[in-house]
Design a protein around this ligand. Structure first.
Ligand code: ADP
Ligand code: MG
Length: 263
């Protein structure tokens, strides 16, 4: 059993508080969907779990299997089995997809890394995801369309086999066929490897393929409401503002308003 535990986490970026006293625990085999209006801090949460130094932990702790992550690098966290499929995957010039995955896996697996097995597995997964074979020999995400980048994130997940998977708007910008391939492949991965998962999405459609165990709405820097998949339906039908008792605001907005009031 693997467990991510976030305790009283307060995060700032650019001197604005984005998450405040945030708490969440995720075990293997759980799929947690995070929802909330644009700019509320969903991506911030995933980036701070992954160790992006742009996001500053002001207070609180993040543990994975009781190991404190707060001061660990992205690489160290990745080696613990944590993975982030980003909302806007970056382009990296000069390093091909195949090179990147080979070096990540050979560092991790050391002597047990077998090049032949690696190539076989890469080919199998490229086929599974219905990707163009030439993509693995191109620079990471270079000239890839939005949908191709999202598939590439899932390819990395399949190759690195993380035990904690975070997918940030993996379904945005996909045509219906690609959405099915990606949705099915995420759920296949889940059934095969039993990871803990965080899914960020704005659409019910992805959840036709991937069945969440928990759904949370983020507001005001923390989880405001949790429920099961019926909560997604409620949001879809009524919109965020009708299911919240309060106006949806990010904490940075609150703090700025507070300041203005005092001036
Ligand atoms: P969401 O994913 O919920 O749409 P984000 O987590 O991306 O929201 O952003 C939360 C808030 O933090 C927004 O106001 C956004 O502008 C701000 N923010 C995020 N990253 C940065 C950054 N690198 N520099 C400055 N502000 C940022
Ligand atoms: Mg986001």
């Amino acid at each position: 059993m693997n467990t991510l535990k976030i305790e009283n986490l307060t995060v700032s970026v650019d001197n604005k508080i984005i998450l405040k006293d945030f708490n969440l625990t995720i075990n293997s085999g759980e799929i947690h969907v995070l929802m909330g209006v644009n700019g509320i801090g969903k991506s911030t949460l995933t980036k701070v779990i992954m160790g992006d130094p742009t996001y500053k932990i002001e207070e609180g702790n993040i543990y994975y299997n009781d190991i404190l992550l707060n001061n660990m690098s992205v690489d160290e966290r990745s080696r613990l089995g944590i993975f982030l499929g980003m909302q806007l995957p970056l382009e990296i010039e000069g390093v091909t997809n195949a090179d990147f995955l080979r070096s990540a896996l050979s560092i991790r697996e050391k002597e047990s890394f077998k090049l032949f097995d690696f190539i076989k597995e890469l080919d199998k997964n490229v086929e599974l995801l219905d990707m163009d074979k030439s993509m693995i020999h191109r620079g990471i995400n270079q000239g890839f369309s939005g949908g191709e980048r999202k598939k590439n994130e899932i390819l990395q997940m399949y190759m690195l086999k993380p035990s904690l998977v975070m997918l940030d708007e993996i379904d945005s910008g996909l045509d219906v066929d690609s959405l099915k391939v990606i949705g099915d492949s995420i759920y296949e991965y889940y059934k095969k490897y039993n990871p803990g998962m965080i899914l960020i999405t704005h659409y019910e459609r992805l959840l036709d393929y991937v069945k969440p165990t928990h759904v949370h709405i983020i507001n005001n820097g923390k989880i405001e409401r949790s429920g099961d998949v019926s909560l997604v339906k409620e949001i879809e039908e009524n919109g965020f503002k009708n299911i919240s008792s309060k106006k949806f605001v990010s904490t940075s907005e609150c703090i700025i308003k507070e300041k203005l009031k005092n001036e």
